[in-house]
Ligand binder design. Sequence first.
Ligand SMILES: Nc1ncnc2c1ncn2[C@@H]1O[C@H](COP(=O)(O)OP(=O)(O)O)[C@@H](O)[C@H]1O
Ligand SMILES: [Mg+2]
Length: 257
Amino acid sequence: MAKESGRNKIIETIGLSLQGNDEMILNSINLVLVRNSILGIIGPTGSGKTSFLRILNRLIEFDEGYRVSGSVLFENRDVFDPSVDLGELRRKIGMVFALPIPLPMSIRHNLTFGPKLAGVKNHAELNDLMECGLKAAHLWDEVKDRLNLSALKLSGGQQQRLCLARIIALKPEVILLDDPCSGLDPISTAKIEEAIINLKKEISFILVTNNTKQVARVADRAAFFLRGEMVEYNETKNLFTAPKDKRTEDYIAGRFG
Ligand SMILES: Nc1ncnc2c1ncn2[C@@H]1O[C@H](COP(=O)(O)OP(=O)(O)O)[C@@H](O)[C@H]1O
Ligand SMILES: [Mg+2]
């Protein structure tokens, strides 16, 4: 297992478990997200990947009948500490979901809505955040001449890049990507991959996907989840070329999925 030094860790989970209504969803996960890197998490459907992400910025609290144990440290501070400001936590750890869900308003307003809520009032600053977000998400050239168009008129791939742009405009520290390209065309998929590789000098990413090839292409480190357990974590190339666990080897070879 790759060892990470203290100040390089932006997120660390220690013995993190999630008990659902009648099943254990995650079982004692110890995992590190290194600052300015991309951590890929692979694993079949139902292995707990989405649940893991939803604990990190406490979105899990929208659910009922679950119990989290163990800890999640974000910048060395427990996210479950009562003094944590939830709005700030979720702004600093943003999430992009599998299905793009733009706000039913213009492209421009999709980008400025979050910053306005966070207190940005200055027009030039809002425009700047919008433009930077759209550029970073590789969408600017396609929409710069029609910023007042409804976001719902964009293609699925453009909508997903818009959702990424919207999160970037909030200046997060971490972005959690939950199978962000599952329904996308290859061109939009490539643009998203390129965008996150360029952005990692400023933002740290966790990319969850069933698409092992995508993780092999973009992630610095990778983890394999199976039935709520983290089976293996390593540098991406080691995990793919020399898996230590037979289950990892079988999964990446496509023997089950
Ligand atoms: N809100 C919930 N209530 C009860 N069980 C859930 C809930 N969300 C997920 N689960 C269960 O947790 C397990 C892991 O699901 P999930 O985290 O969505 O996995 P993945 O993203 O890897 O497909 C599954 O068995 C699923 O049925
Ligand atoms: Mg999922």
